[in-house]
Ligand binder design. Sequence first.
Ligand code: GRF
Length: 204
Amino acid sequence: MLKIGVLVSGGGTNLQAIIDRIEDGYIPDCKIVSVVSNKKDAYALERAKRHNIQTTVISKKDYENEELYNEALINHFKSKDTDLIVLAGFMVVLGKNFIKAYQNRIINIHPSLIPSFCGKGFYGLKVHQAALKRGVKITGATVHIVDEGTDTGPILIQKAVCVKDNDTAEILQKRVMEEAEWIIYPEAIKMIVQGQIIIGNGGK
Ligand code: GRF
């Protein structure tokens, strides 16, 4: 049974997609052991509670520095015996100590086809605004392993989404979520659980 820890900051629609696909049996043999938010009012926490998943708030502001904050996150996930860390809209950049503690066992979803529209400053609506500004006809989403860079880790799955005439960043963001993010994030986790994608210590 793969034990999953999820880090969130906001609405939690990707968390919801993962929960739903675990509950309907699409992703077998795993359990979300903890959902951690850096913000106490993140709606993602409500989603987790509704499914009887343990939630915790660990805020950066309660720690003297980044290292201690990351240490608190590490200790929390270690106490839950976590195998895989899933970033689902977590708006804090993880520290070196965290990346090292869970090397190759942290995954993230980014709302573009990496290496386009990614890296520092590309988050939330900004990604879609940049795609529209550049005039690309295809965008999408990427699930990747998290390394010490920003959106630089190995790519696991990508899915393309068409950009349509008259799209606004908001409309495009919604289409990328519906047609790509909510599909490929559960898919990546399923592949990790089933050993079709080998990460970290061999997927367990
Ligand atoms: C998603 O667009 C995801 O790609 C990005 O942050 C957003 C989180 O949305 N990393 P939600 O909280 O899962 O609804």
